[in-house]
Write a protein that binds this ligand. Structure first.
Ligand SMILES: [Ca+2]
Length: 447
């Protein structure tokens, strides 16, 4: 396989916070394999998710578009009638398949449950995992819509067929499938795209004793979080070891990140406690999952391609999940301009010290809107879910100086607010139009 045609692996985690890795400053957990991966490539300090919750973030990762443009914003429901991406929507997987890649997904999809919404209709040759937002790690049941009248559902599938693996820990199954796939592709000499999509450390807070016992010294909320993250970290170690054993480590591009910030939901506790959960950490960023403060959308992110990208670097350049599609497609020798993408290829920036192509990036979730441009970040309608505090409607931060968005500079910088709104308001209107159009088209075809 020529070095200019790398294997592509995306390792995605679920509700992992900005501060939850030891290479990001967390002192409770230990993530030696991820720290080594970061050392082998670039660790980003200013990498963003396109959405503060699961489905929107994953829609952008897969399609290279803003969530509304992709047709999925917010969180898709977990019932079996749940529809996801519109038919025919190109994804990273379909684009790489056109370039001759084998493609596989192991783990969480959360971009629709109905047969037509499933991964094999969006470019994945093979897949194993679950389709809704979360599952019990051992029974693989989805329990979380009983308050809306939906009974628990079993949610484990292989290539569209329901399968049962009662008692097997989901994180370990995802790792095993990923490692087997790497060995198989390496043996056959095929370039591959592997999407390893861990549901950890999303609730329910489950981990085997093997991981839990490593953190006996911690209080329960931190102990179980550290154990679930250790499961991921061991998995990353096994994946990298499999690449090295097969002699393809140098020509494999790995991107690691998380879909949104840490959850403060009380259901993380599992002991009837109704306090907000602080097992995961934003590392000092304001907010959490579900909010457009940086704690909801700024993510740990690692990009490694040892044969091509110089390692041992930390980058404060701004990047975002929708950039991954064009970046890896270009790395694979494809042409991103063939696709209608909102993300931009960062390949020149990461491999050849080129300029960051981003001027600004923006977000929209429910009544919240936000934009970051240069040193500034504007949040409109910002909220919290772990307190009754209602922030001012307009919040302007000098984000490069004010990591935690603590000081509102809106009143003293009306020109900056005006300028950012001149970009953000029409953008948000356009996103609203795009998702309405997508859903109308969807409805017209019979849902
Ligand atoms: Ca999530």
């Amino acid at each position: 396989m020529p070095a200019d045609r790398p294997n592509i692996i995306i390792i995605y985690t679920d509700d992992l916070g900005y501060g939850d890795l030891s290479c990001m400053g967390e002192t409770h957990v230990r993530t030696p394999h991820l720290d080594t991966l970061a050392e082998s490539g670039i660790r980003f300090t200013d990498w963003y998710s396109n959405c503060a919750v699961c489905s929107g973030s994953r829609a952008s990762l897969m399609t290279g578009q803003y969530p509304d443009h992709a047709g999925v914003n917010g969180v898709l429901p977990g019932n079996r009638e749940s529809e996801g991406l519109p038919d025919g929507k190109p994804t990273i997987a379909s684009a790489l398949r056109e370039e001759g890649y084998r493609t596989a997904l192991f783990g969480k999809w959360h971009l629709g449950v109905t047969p037509r919404s499933q991964p094999h209709n969006f470019g994945f040759d093979e897949w194993f995992g679950f389709l809704a937002g979360c599952i019990d790690y051992y029974s693989h049941l989805f329990y979380y819509m009983q308050s809306r009248g939906v009974d628990p559902l079993h949610d484990l599938w292989e290539n569209g067929e329901e399968v049962w693996r009662n008692g097997e820990y989901m994180t370990d199954m995802i790792t095993e499938r990923s490692v087997d796939y790497i060995r198989e592709c390496a043996r056959d000499g095929d370039p591959f795209f592997l999407y390893t999509s861990y549901n950890a450390p999303h609730y329910p807070m489950h981990a085997p004793e093997e991981y839990v016992s490593r953190f006996d010294h911690l209080p329960w909320d931190k102990q179980i979080m550290a154990a679930m993250i250790a499961g991921i970290d061991d998995g990353v170690g096994e994946i990298v070891a499999a690449l090295e054993e097969a002699g393809i480590g140098e020509e494999t591009f790995i991107f690691f990140s998380s879909d949104n910030g840490p959850s403060r939901e009380t259901r993380n506790w599992m002991d009837g406690t109704r306090d907000p959960y602080y097992g995961g950490t934003t590392g000092g960023l304001k907010g959490h999952k579900g909010t457009l403060w940086d704690g909801g959308i700024r993510m740990p992110a690692i990009m490694s391609w040892p044969g091509t990208i110089e390692g041992g670097r930390v980058s404060d350049e701004m990047g975002i999940m929708m950039d991954v599609f064009p970046t890896v497609l270009e790395a694979a020798g494809g042409d991103p301009s063939r696709y209608d993408l909102d993300g931009v290829s960062l390949l020149d920036m990461v491999a050849d010290s080129g300029d960051n192509p981003h001027d600004w990036i923006a977000w929209r979730l429910g009544g919240q809107r936000a934009i970051r441009r240069g040193d500034w970040k504007l949040v409109l309608g910002g909220t919290f879910r772990d307190s009754d505090e209602t922030p001012p409607e307009v919040w302007l931060s000098k984000i490069t100086d004010d990591f935690s968005e603590t000081t509102n500079l809106a009143d003293e910088n009306p020109d900056e607010v005006w300028y950012l709104r001149e970009i953000l308001d029409p953008w948000a209107e356009e996103q609203d139009r795009l998702i309405r159009e997508q859903r109308a088209e969807f409805d017209a075809r019979g849902g």
